[in-house]
Design a protein around this ligand. Structure first.
Ligand SMILES: Nc1ncnc2c1ncn2[C@@H]1O[C@H](COP(=O)(O)OP(=O)(O)OP(=O)(O)O)[C@@H](O)[C@H]1O
Ligand SMILES: [Mg+2]
Length: 226
């Protein structure tokens, strides 16, 4: 990954701190079209996977078409991450949390994969996304905490997430920080993303470290003044 050591180091630090049960902020990568945000986000995700994290990948889409699509993707990604996860808690707490994942998916309106990974629970089934997402994140991330692992949601084109999901995600990142849950949103998007986050929740800037890949150290984007 040429020219991206600063962002990779910052993410490495989150992984290392998680292993020691220390708190972290989430991360936001923002920059113009074509600077390499998606490539970098993918790299960070595979890095997290290699360290045994429970990871999912979402992509924001403009509201009208994106609303249902992103929820369906969320549900599929949760199911597949639950299948892949291989830490010790797979046999204990994560196994219980899988019921919460099932309920969450059904509450999202995506019951199609129900039979796949087992029973539902009475968690994350209120039908109100803020509440359900918080219970999902609590159950999954506390299961992972025992493994010194973390739950991470990688979100590309994050500025295009619908307001409802965006606000719920920021709110739960905030709750996770306060309660010591190893849960991190790693988002990528256009230069307006930090403003979009702050407008959704004023405390957003305290929840994320902001990185601008390609903003410096990448000669392609230096403007010549001579
Ligand atoms: N670190 C890098 N060094 C050199 N080339 C890179 C690097 N990262 C990405 N690229 C190349 O730059 C191009 C754009 O990358 P990418 O799609 O990740 O950008 P992006 O910021 O996500 O763009 P968009 O905002 O349009 O989604 C790709 O062709 C990719 O291969
Ligand atoms: Mg991109």
């Amino acid at each position: 990954m040429g020219g991206r050591q600063k962002e990779i180091d910052a993410f490495d630090l989150i992984v290392a701190r998680t292993k020691r049960d220390l708190p972290n902020r989430g991360m936001v990568l923002s920059g113009l079209r074509g600077v390499g945000k998606t490539v970098l986000l993918n790299y960070l995700r595979s890095h997290a996977d290699n360290h045994g994290w429970f990871t999912i990948w979402l992509e924001g889409k403009p509201e009208a078409q994106g609303f249902t699509e992103v929820r369906e993707k969320f549900a599929r990604e949760l199911t597949s991450a639950a299948r892949r996860y291989n830490g010790p808690s797979r046999k204990t707490r994560l196994r219980e949390a899988i019921g919460t994942i099932q309920s969450f998916n059904i509450a999202l309106g995506v019951p199609g994969i129900k039979a796949d990974i087992g029973m539902t629970s009475d968690r994350a089934n209120s039908g109100t996304i803020d509440i359900d997402l918080e219970e999902l994140v609590e159950d999954v991330s506390l299961a992972l905490k025992a493994d010194k692992s973390a739950f991470a949601i990688f979100i590309d084109e994050m500025q295009d997430l619908d307001q409802e999901l965006l606000t719920a995600l920021i709110t739960v990142q905030h709750a996770a920080g306060q309660r010591g849950w190893p849960f991190y949103i790693i988002g990528a998007g256009l230069p307006n993303l930090p403003t979009t986050l702050s407008e959704a929740r004023t405390y957003s800037e305290r929840l994320f470290t902001l990185n601008r890949p390609g903003f410096d150290g990448d000669s392609r984007y230096l403007i010549s003044t001579s």
